[in-house]
Design a protein around this ligand. Structure first.
Ligand SMILES: [Zn+2]
Ligand SMILES: [Zn+2]
Ligand SMILES: [Zn+2]
Length: 136
């Protein structure tokens, strides 16, 4: 398992430090997106700055994508072929009003929007709000 984790990091050209392996392992076990505070409370032996830097590195390298629901930023593993230059994540997200979790909906694709001339879209956040399948 540890070797598999290392491979995932190496594929994204991320140096596999012990901390990064732990964080990756943690994300692989989640069914919903995770905020820095969630991560912090589950990694009580590490400080917030290190965790934040790890998240940012993962995001930059195309391993995690971030979702901002207006208040908090949450992170989830990239499901598409993301790279350092480009996040290809084209799915929308779902925020549950009851458990407050944010889920990736890999099968629900965001519409392709045509931007006016001179506008370059870098990221499209679409968040559906409602009740998830566990809270319904
Ligand atoms: Zn991505
Ligand atoms: Zn829920
Ligand atoms: Zn997602």
């Amino acid at each position: 398992m540890a070797e598999q984790l290392e491979l995932i990091l190496k594929e994204k050209e991320i140096n596999p430090t012990a901390m990064r392996l732990l964080v990756l392992d943690y994300f692989l076990k989640q069914s919903s997106a995770i905020s820095l505070s969630d991560l912090e409370s589950d990694f009580d032996y590490s400080d917030r700055t290190t965790l934040f830097r790890t998240l940012k590195t993962f995001e930059k390298k195309g391993l995690l994508h971030s979702i901002n629901d207006g208040n908090v930023t949450v992170y989830a593993l990239c499901l598409d072929n993301c790279s350092e230059e480009f996040h290809a994540d084209s799915h929308i997200h779902f925020c549950c009003n009851s458990c407050k979790k944010v889920f990736c909906l890999p099968k629900v694709k965001a519409p392709v929007l045509e931007m006016p001339l001179g506008f370059k879209m870098e990221k499209l956040d679409i968040i559906a709000h409602g009740v998830c399948n566990e809270c319904k």
